[in-house]
Design a protein. Sequence first.
Lengths: 289, 300
Amino acid sequence: MKEIVVVSGKGGTGKTSVVASLACLIDRKAMVDCDVDAANLALVLNPRVIEEKEFTAGKKARIMNEKCTACGVCRDMCRFNAISEDFIVDPVACEGCGACFFYCPASAVEFETPLAGHCYICDTPAGDPFVYAELSPGEENSGKLVTMVRTEAKARAEHAGLSRVLIDGPPGIGCPVISSITGTSLALIVTEPTASGIHDLERIAQLARHFSLPAAVIINKSDINPACTNSIDQYCSRNNIPVLGRLPYDATISEAQRQGKAIVEYAPDLPVSKALREISEQIISIYKE
Amino acid sequence: MIDLAGMNITMASGKGGTGKTTVAVNFAWFLASAGQRVQYLDCDVEEPNGHIFLKPSITESSPSKVMVPVVDQEKCTSCGECGLKCQFHAIVNLPGDTLIFPGLCHSCGLCVAACPAGAITEGDREIGIIEKGKATKEMDFIHGVLNIGEAMAVPLIKRVKDGRRDSCVHIIDAPPGTSCPVVATLTGSDAVIMVTEPTPFGLHDLKIAIDVAKLLDIPTGVVINRDQGGYPPLTGYLEAAGVPVLAVIPEDADIARHYSQGGIILESLPRYIDVYRSMAENLEKLLDIHSSRARRVMIS
C-alpha cells in the first residue's frame, strides 16, 4: 500500500484544491481527508456515504452531586483546573486523566467515554473509496481520529484491490499532522510564495525529515511574488526536495470551489489545470516506484 | 475613544489561510497607534507567523517544559499500578522494567500519586520555547515555538497566555482548526473575531469554529476577508446565527503583495485604517452588548 499525504504547514495554501484535482487525474486509488477538525474535501468530491461510524476516545469525568461530600480531593488532584469550586467538571478543560475518579474518597466521580466524532466511509461518483471524519466541536484526540480514518481507508482500498491512497492532511505540524504522515511514502507539500508560506514550509519540511519521510513541493500561486518563489526553489534545491510543479494564481479556482468542482474538471484548458495534469503524471510515476 | 484595556481578543477562523494573522497584526498595530497598550500573543505555536510582520526585538527566550514521570527502577516493584491507571498509554509495565513514553504523557501526575513504592518522581521535558520582546513602543510581543516532532501543543499555548499583563489589550492569534489547541487558545477570551473568506470551505469551517465559541460562551463577531461583492450563503448563515459582521476587507492585489512581503498593511496602505477603526468600534459594541446582557442576568 502506497500512501501519499498532502500537507502544507501553513493553512490555506491550497492543499484541498490540489487534492480535488489530483482525485480527477489519478485513477485506482482510495482517498482520505485527515483534516478532521475542518474537513473540506467532501465539499468538492460529492461523495455518497455508505457507512457512518462513531468515534470515541478518551474519557471525561463527571461528579455525581448526590454522592459528593465537597472534600476537595479532586480539585487538589486535577492539574487542568477542570473542577469548579462547586464541584462541577468542565468537560472542555477535562483531559480525561482520571485522577479525580481514582482518588475520590466518596466514589462520586463517573468516568465515561463520550462520543467525540463521526467517521464517514464513502464512495465518490467516480467509484473511489473515500473516508472523512468530523470531530465534535472542541474535542480532543484528533490524532486518534486521523488514525481511524486512515485505517478505514486502507481497509477499503485493500478490499477493492487498490494499492494507492491519497491523503489530504491538516495544517500545522502538531499532533494530527504527525498522525497523518507517519508510515506514508511521501509528503507532498503545497506552499505559496509569501513570507509566511516559506517560514511554514521550512518547519513542515523539517518535520518530514524528523520522521525520515521523503518530501516534494508544489508551489501554488507561484506568480504572485517571483522573488519569493525563487527563494522557495533555492531552499528546496539546498535541501534536495524536488519541486514537482508551479501553479499560477487563478481566481477561477474559487469559482470552481463554489460550484463544488475541481479546477481540472471546471476549466480543463486553463494553464493551472495543465500544470496540475503534469504534476499528476509525476505522482502516478511516484506511486509506481 | 476606543478603550479595550484588559480585554482578551482572539482571532480564529476554523479554516487556515483566511487571514487571521494579517488581521491580528494589523488590528494590534492599529490599536497601538491609537494609544492603547497592546500585547500581541501568537498562540499558533505549530506555525507562528506574527513575528514575520511585527518584526519584534526579542529580549527574552526561555525553554518551555512539561512534567514527565521519572521511574527509579531500583524502587520500582513492577506492580503495574501506574500503567494500569495512565489513560494516555504513556506507561508500559514490563517484568522488571517500567517504560515511559514522554510524547504521550499529559503531565497529569496520576502515576506519581498512584505508585505505592514511591518510585516515580516528577522530571521535565522541553516541548518548545517562549520568546518575548517588543514590536513597537506600545506593543509587547510573545510567541511560542513548538519543537519539531512535538505533538503537545496545548501546554505551550497555555504558557504563551500566562505571559499576559492586565493593563494591556491582548490580541491573541489562534491556530487553524477547531480542536484542543483552538480551545486552549479561546478559553478565557472576552471576544473572538472569526476571520473568514467567502468560499464554501471558509463557510463550512467557520460554522464549526462558531460552534466551538458558543460551547465556550464567548461573544463572537466576524471579519469577512477577500470579499468579492458578497457571498449570499455566508451572509445568510451569519444573519440566521445572529453573528455580527465587524468589518469587510475587499479582495485587493495590493494587500496580497504587501502580505507576501511580510509587511504591515496599514503602514503601506493607510486607506484601510478606517476599516480597522470600524472593526474596533464594532467590537466594542459587541463587548458592550454582552456585558449589559451579563448584568441583566445578574440582576434577574
